[in-house]
Design a protein around this ligand. Structure first.
Ligand SMILES: [Zn+2]
Ligand SMILES: [Zn+2]
Length: 391
């Protein structure tokens, strides 16, 4: 591995940062301590600090030279509502909160790169270090964007990274185009007419309608989504009624939809609405749909995906960078930034041994062996994108 020597030297320091963050996990939009730690370190490195971008987000700005070129490097800071099962010293100090997705590691890798870049200043342009809150389904990236992220901190391109358990340390995986699914949550409220359970003829049963709607929705993936495309429509909740002898007035269906393109997601939305309304109307009931896109599909720009893969290959060798990694049905909030700016998102191996415990598992831990590699990648991305022009 061709790590940046100066970053390699701070491996112990980064490990201490990472374990400190791991021990003090904070949920989305509550990252007060983490944001303060990040801001304090960036300030100490001599980097301009902007707090409170998208509520608890932090942006560090490092300008060198007079070129107008710019890059955004992004890490996430939030933890999950999980009771940690690990017993090691740096386990969570807060029962029911845990860094089970490795965002402690992502934050640390970006801090490591920031320290190195602030010390060495081997580039010409502006680096924006973006520490986003609330990646886990609460809309932190969107909050930063709506708070003027890219107007206040212009970026020619943005890059993000996520650890991947099961992929050996020293390996990367990426693909061009759609890599992770976009995801939506939906509610279908079905209104019928309440009646005595023994007198169905005087009511309109929304529970029966809900059952028919649930079945009919399965036709969307089977019949409306292109067979070469991929999507999921899952009804995960059906609520209706409180008594054995009462036909309720209302029933509610809830679920999630996933797809790799915005068009497919809106097609699914339209079809859920039409099918629910049509089926309900057939029974004399009505249906109202609330469909909320929580994650955009994550789509890597072809040029920038090649750029990040080439940069990773310089560190670990081309054989250790899988440029045709598989698509992932899970979602990632960085997708909203990639809808605004060209860029790419890469997976970094968290190890296939002990570190192979899946993310979101109570026994997961970020693998500290990965820290210098991820920090080196972030640093090299900036140095290459903003390379000093000869002469
Ligand atoms: Zn996660
Ligand atoms: Zn994550």
């Amino acid at each position: 591995m061709q790590l940046i020597p100066r970053i390699q030297e701070s491996h112990d320091v980064m490990t201490a940062w990472r374990r400190d963050i791991h021990a003090h996990p904070e949920l989305g939009f509550q990252e007060q301590r983490t944001a303060e730690l990040v801001a304090e370190k960036l300030g100490a490195f001599g980097i301009e600090v902007h707090r409170g971008v998208g509520r608890t987000g932090v942006v560090g700005v490092l300008r060198v030279g007079n070129s107008h070129r710019s890059i955004g490097l992004r890490a996430d800071m939030d933890a999950l509502p999980i009771l940690e099962a690990n017993r090691f010293d740096h386990r969570s100090r807060h029962d029911g909160r845990m860094h089970a997705c490795g965002h402690d590691g992502h934050t640390t890798m970006l801090l490591g790169a920031a320290q190195y870049l602030a010390e060495t200043r081997g580039f010409d342009g502006t680096i924006n270090f973006i520490f986003q809150p609330a990646e886990e389904g609460l809309g932190g990236a969107d909050a930063m964007i709506k708070d003027g992220l890219f107007e206040r901190f212009p970026c020619d391109a943005v890059f993000g990274m996520h650890n991947r358990p099961g992929l050996p340390v020293g390996k990367f995986s990426i693909r061009t185009g759609a890599m992770m699914a976009g995801g939506a949550y939906f509610d279908v409220a079905i209104t019928g007419k309440g009646a005595h359970g023994a007198r169905p003829e005087s009511g309109i049963d929304p529970v029966l309608v809900a059952a028919h709607v649930t079945t009919a929705l399965q036709s969307i993936v089977a019949r409306n989504v292109k067979p070469t495309d991929t999507a999921v429509v899952s009804v995960t909740q059906i609520h209706g009624g409180d008594a054995y002898n009462v036909i309720p007035q209302q029933a509610v269906l809830r679920g999630t939809a996933r797809a790799f393109g915005r068009e497919t997601l809106s097609m699914i939305e339209q079809n859920i609405g039409r099918i629910a309304a049509g089926v309900a109307a057939g029974f004399g009931a009505t249906a109202a749909l609330d469909f909320r896109v929580l994650f955009a599909p994550l789509v890597n720009d072809a040029t920038e995906a090649e750029f990040i893969a080439d940069t990773a290959a310089e560190l670990v060798g081309d054989a250790n960078v899988n440029r045709n990694g598989g698509v992932v049905m899970a979602s990632e909030d960085f997708s909203f930034m990639l809808e605004k700016k060209p860029g790419a998102y890469i997976q970094i191996g968290n190890g296939d041994g002990e570190g192979a415990c899946e993310v979101h598992n109570p026994s997961y831990d970020f693998n500290d062996a990965v820290l210098p590699l991820g920090a080196s990648l972030f640093a090299r991305l900036a140095e290459k994108k903003l390379a000093r022009m000869a002469g």
